[in-house]
Design a protein around this ligand. Structure first.
Ligand SMILES: NC(=O)c1ccc[n+]([C@@H]2O[C@H](COP(=O)([O-])OP(=O)(O)OC[C@H]3O[C@@H](n4cnc5c(N)ncnc54)[C@H](O)[C@@H]3O)[C@@H](O)[C@H]2O)c1
Length: 370
């Protein structure tokens, strides 16, 4: 059986063949596992890897485990996987997520929610094909309040999720971040840039947790032969973000909808780029289904200053708000823009949703909640 492309952007389960390439994604799609890493593995591991046959599908319906599945991005991923025929098990301890994000799935026989801290051992008495490791506090407010939980889920949680993938012979994807580039000295950021991170600064708990998570993922790939994927996610926005999570999109939208001043840190000349959630999740899905085990940036390369973005939100909400300036937080990155050359070439992916369109849905989501 294999995945095959069943139409525009739809992957279907093909019962007639093994994993095989299909559609626009090129011949590496579902290719047999080979040594794709640039890292050397110990000789016995190398032999084991080379002897590995194509991973046999475990059931007629692919089974995905999504850690952090009740969060903003995790819940959108769950929706996409269900729409593409997966059975989905979401694991979440709800530390920053909410069952509201998955309430619409109640009664769906292909969906199961397990309330679990993934830093603890993960036991599932069934086959698993894909592990998508999204659990982690993600907004600066959250990880400043939860620095130890953030470090634990990036380290112990990643270890447990990789252990699950290894035990089940599943493919694993880590939701990494542009924060691993820190306050970047290279612009735009390419995947081969190693970053500029302050390990002991306020953001260190998040940045270093994710850097560790990438290193652990690579070690499981090279040493244990687990099929792994690393996505470096840049700023993403959309419905299901928490109003008070401190990220710039909900902060500006809620301030604008209530005609309060929009708080811009510094002089607002620092740049950001914003990717709509559906674009991001599509890119991540394609990466998981690709044959590429090295990191790939997924984000929107349209860059603007934070001040321009504030003015955009004021216009989009028809708000009477004005802008106020506050001191720049420590280690706030001055510029952020993904180089998505790799995603374009490997995944035939690029963002499609313009900011104006993404904001319409996002503002509509926040309006009844402010
Ligand atoms: N949203 C973005 O712009 C962005 C950017 C870069 C990276 N990411 C990454 O994407 C992932 C999801 O981010 P998000 O924006 O959806 O954040 P989120 O806070 O909405 O979701 C994270 C989820 O993980 C859960 N979680 C945290 N620790 C856990 C633990 N120990 N055990 C089980 N569940 C746990 C939370 O309860 C929450 O539901 C994170 O790993 C984040 O680092 C997001």
């Amino acid at each position: 059986m294999a995945w095959g492309r069943g139409g525009a952007d739809v992957w279907t389960w093909d019962r007639t063949a093994s994993f095989k390439a299909a559609g626009a994604h090129g011949s590496s799609e579902f290719a047999p596992r080979t040594l794709r890493s640039t890292f050397a593995a110990p000789a016995r591991k190398l032999a084991a890897l080379m002897a590995t046959k194509m991973r046999a599908p475990k059931s007629a319906t692919p089974i995905s485990v999504v850690t952090g599945g009740a969060g903003f991005l995790g819940s959108h991923l769950v929706d996409l996987l269900l729409a593409r025929g997966h059975r989905v098990i979401a694991l979440d301890n709800l530390v920053t997520g909410s069952t509201d994000n998955i309430a619409h799935l109640a009664g769906n026989r292909r969906f199961r929610f397990i309330h679990q801290d993934v830093t603890e051992f993960i036991f599932l008495d069934e086959p698993v094909d894909f592990v998508w490791h999204f659990a982690s506090p993600a907004s600066p407010i959250d990880y400043l309040q939860l620095p130890i939980q953030t470090l634990k889920v990036g380290s112990l949680g990643t270890h447990k999720a990789l252990g699950l993938a290894k035990a089940k012979g599943a493919r694993f994807l880590i939701a990494s971040t542009s924060e691993i580039y820190g306050d970047p000295l290279v612009h735009p950021q390419r995947e081969d840039y190693w970053g500029n991170v302050n390990t002991i600064g306020p953001r260190g708990c998040y940045d270093e947790a994710k850097r560790f998570a990438e290193a652990m993922t690579m070690a499981y790939h090279t040493y244990h032969g687990v099929e792994t994927r690393i996505v470096r996610i840049f700023n993403t926005y959309g419905p299901r973000m928490r109003l008070n999570d401190g990220r710039v999109v909900p902060a500006f939208v809620s301030q604008a909808l209530t005609n309060k001043p929009l708080t811009v840190f510094g002089d607002g000349s620092q740049t950001r780029s914003f990717c709509y959630c559906s674009d991001l999740i599509e890119g991540i899905y394609r990466l998981m289904m690709s044959g590429h085990s090295l990191p790939v940036n997924i984000g929107n390369p349209t860059e603007m200053t934070v001040l321009e973005f504030a003015e955009h939100i004021i216009r989009a909400t028809k708000s009477r708000s004005r802008v106020v300036f506050k001191p720049l937080p420590q280690d706030d990155p001055k510029q952020r823009k993904p180089d998505i050359t790799k995603a374009r070439a490997l995944l035939k992916w690029e963002p499609r949703v313009p900011l104006a369109a993404g904001l319409v849905d996002t503002i509509a989501y926040f309006k009844p909640r402010v």
